[in-house]
Each structure stands twice: as C-alpha cells, then as structure tokens.
Design a binder for this molecule. Structure first.
Ligand SMILES: *Cc1c(COP(=O)(O)O)cnc(C)c1O
Length: 426
C-alpha cells in the first residue's frame, strides 16, 4: 500500500514528480465560476485542448480557400481525413489499424455494429447485458431485439448485482453466459459501467461468450482513453466508443468503431451500407452493388464531418505524445490518492456524513472514476460542493461521480476536492 498524506504539501510533491504534469497546460480549464473550478467530469465531457482551435481553424481556412477542392487540396485532404485518426485511435484501444474507424456518433455505431453482429437464428436469439446499462444502450438493445420481432422481456437478459450489493459480480456474468449457452446470440456490455465505475474483465467475458458460440461486443464510452485496452488480443468481436469523454474531442464529437480482424475480410457480413463504406478505389465510379472496404472502414456511411474530426485529431495527438502506458500509471496513482483523500475526509466527519466508495478499490477493476455514496446528506451537499467551484456529477438518490483525468487533473486538484467536500458538509 502506497503511503499517502492528505496535505497540500504532499499533493504538490506528487505533482512535482508526475511525468505528465506539463500536459495540464495543454488544456483550457473552465472560467465560468467565481471560484477556481475543480473539474472532475472528464468522464462526461473532456476539457478542450488549447490546440483544438488551430486544428479546426485549419479546416475552416481550407474550406474558405478551396471550397469543394479541399477534398483533395487541403493540407490533410478531406477525402481521406478520417485516415489521419485511425492509427492513433487504434493504439488507444489496442487494435490493428484495419480494425478501427472513426466515424458517426456512438449510438449510431452501436446500431450499425449490432445490425451485423446480432443475428438471432433458430434457438440462438438472446442478448446478455449488464443491468442499469446507460439509457442509450438500453434503448439501442431493446430496439434491436424488436427489430427482429422478438420479445424484449424474454430476449434481453440482464445481469444484476446481488441483493444488497452495488457491483455486478463477474462470476455471475460468466455463470449467466454458461447458463444461456446455445440460446445466447450476443454479449453486449459496457466495459466500464458509467454509474459505478466498475471495470469488467473483457478478455474473460469474451472467451466465455465465444466458448458458448456467442458474439461479444463492448460499449467503451467510459473505457476509451481511460483503460489500457487490448481489443485485438482479447479477441473482442466489435466495440464502439465516443470521442468526447476521456478523449476530449468536442461535445457530441465523432466516435470510434472496432471490428476484429477476423471479420475484416468478409464482405458478406450483413450491414447497413453507405457510400463511404464502399471500396475507396472504385467509390467514385458510383456503380450499383455494394462492395465494402476491408476492415472497420467498411461500416462507414457518410463522408467525414471534418470539423469534428479535426477536434478529435488534436486530442489524439496529445494522447499519442503522452502514451496510454504513462496515462494508465498516473490514473492508478491519482485515483488511489483521491480514494485516500475521500476516506480521510469521511473518517474525520463521521459524526455528520460519511462517504462510501461504490467503485471497486482494486485498481484492476476500475479506471479513473470514483462513485461516492454520501451517507447522511443528500443533494444539498452536492449543491454546496458545486457552489465551491467543484464540477462533478450527481445521480439520485445520493451518488457523486468524479473522474480525475490523468492528462489534466493534478494531485493538488484531488487534495482540494477533499477540502471542499469537507466544507460542503459544514
Ligand atoms: C456517454 C454514453 C453514451 C452516449 O451516446 P451518444 O450516442 O454519444 O449520445 C452511450 N452509451 C454509454 C455507455 C455512454 O457512457
């Protein structure tokens, strides 16, 4: 167990030793508050890199200068703009370039992937997901089941935490996979649960799903840019994530798709098609009959929204410079420090309000997020915390979610979070 102290001097010392400390200066911190903003919602909307403006302006200028010719004459030709992102995004999720494409939005991508990978047939018709999945995922899953004219209550099987527990036990997921056996068509789970911050063992779940003959996909909205992923090696069939949470790529910005190499060269996989998924060498012959690009690119529908892509590229360049290994090391260390600070504040104030972390304390079972259950005070505590300049997230009835982001949060931020949390109780 690492030795920590809940003091400003100790936090500043950790910052001084942090190899990523200079990255903080690459971001804008919000200024809307009269107090110094302590930002902990990088799991909801990542902060804006200062370089984003330059990347976006470059494309606005190219549009002004070239009009439609920007597709070929821009410094980064728009025709192939998304290709600038592929390799960098692939490194973040542990994939081969052919397995990744940046395109569309997250929920759109989930649907497009499920059209291809949820193919109920005969007995094998069910989808397994985690209980309390993010609402958009629930709606997407339900509508996919209905799209095949199947009954949702019967075909969408959820794994719940046990009575009196907050987290889902992995053994229960594995047991359910085993139990459903040849009725299981698809496992579709959030790699990191958005509410509890629980990280699932995607490799083990993938192997278990494959063992019974099911396809396995993950929603990585809370995992991409946060967790050290190895999608290729784990053998995951497909995945999707958004670019605006840990990946800092603008509100509602472009998203990512992963399709495992083993599906890359199979043009007969059913899919909803659009011209940008068509083989690029012959795309502009505009011939009837769909001939898909190899790999994940074959799932693209439309030409790239270049301004959103430019924002994503700015951020991916920062990730490339920092590297997921260093990001992961700081994530574990800073999250552990934050946990220590919260436990310390909880202990010191136990007469009035205690804080219980529902996120696993095992660092291999979580990323940067901590979900804190406030016992003894409700929303008033959170409102007071917000008045003190803390940007966090509240979920009824009593959970505060925070995510110290390794690229721009500091240990000092974590120390101040504790101080302000204590003030908010008083
Ligand atoms: C943030 C998030 C979404 C949001 O979907 P969009 O299509 O980007 O609006 C969906 N699913 C999960 C699990 C999320 O965390």
């Amino acid at each position: 167990m690492t030795h920590f102290e809940n003091t400003l001097a100790f936090a500043q010392d950790l910052d001084a030793k942090d190899p990523l400390r200079s990255f903080r200066d690459k971001f804008y911190f919000p200024t809307f508050h009269e107090k110094t903003v302590r930002y902990f919602t990088g799991n909801s909307l990542g902060l804006q890199p200062k370089s984003t403006r330059e990347y976006v302006l470059e494309e606005l200028d190219a549009w002004a200068e070239f009009g439609v010719e920007g597709h070929f004459l821009a410094k980064r030709p728009w025709f192939a703009y998304h290709e600038n992102l592929t390799e960098k995004a692939a490194k973040i999720v542990g994939a081969l370039p052919i397995e990744v494409v940046i395109t569309h939005s997250l929920t759109t991508n989930l649907h497009l992937l499920m059209v291809s990978f949820y193919r109920p047939e005969g007995k094998r018709t069910k989808i397994l997901c985690e209980a309390k999945a993010f609402p958009s995922d629930q709606y997407a899953l339900e509508s996919q089941v209905k799209f095949h004219e199947l009954d949702v209550a019967e075909h969408l099987v959820e794994v719940f935490p046990r009575e009196g527990e907050q987290l889902i036990r992995e053994e229960d997921i594995l047991a359910k996979i085993e139990e459903l056996g040849d009725e299981l068509a698809l496992v579709m789970i959030g790699g990191v649960n958005y509410y509890t911050g629980q990280l699932f063992d995607m490799e083990t779940i993938t192997k278990a799903g494959h063992k019974v003959g099911a396809v396995v996909g993950f929603d990585l909205a809370h995992a991409a840019g946060n967790i050290n992923l190895k999608l290729h090696d784990w053998g995951v069939d497909f995945a999707a994530w958004c670019g605006y949470k840990y990946l800092n790529s603008s509100p509602g910005g472009v998203s990512g798709m992963f399709v495992h190499e083993r599906h890359a060269y199979n043009p007969s996989l059913p899919r909803f098609a659009g011209w940008w998924g068509y083989d690029k060498d012959t795309r502009f012959l505009m011939q009837p009959g769909f001939n898909p690009m190899k790999g994940a690119e074959g799932w693209q529908l439309s030409n790239a929204p270049v301004l959103g892509m430019a924002a994503h590229l700015a951020s991916l360049d920062i990730f490339d410079e920092a590297g997921m290994d260093r990001i992961g090391e700081k994530r574990d260390s800073m999250t552990a420090f934050m946990e220590f600070v919260i436990n310390d504040i909880s202990e010191k104030n136990k007469e009035r309000c205690t804080f219980e972390l529902i996120t696993p304390s095992d660092k291999t079972k979580r990323g940067a997020q901590l979900s804190i259950m406030a016992k003894g005070q409700g929303k008033a505590l959170f409102d007071a915390l917000s008045d003190l300049g803390v940007v966090a997230d509240w979920r009824e009835p009593n959970v505060i979610r925070i995510a110290p982001a390794p690229l721009y949060n500091s240990y000092e931020d974590c120390f101040w979070f504790g101080q302000l949390l204590e003030q908010a109780i008083q």
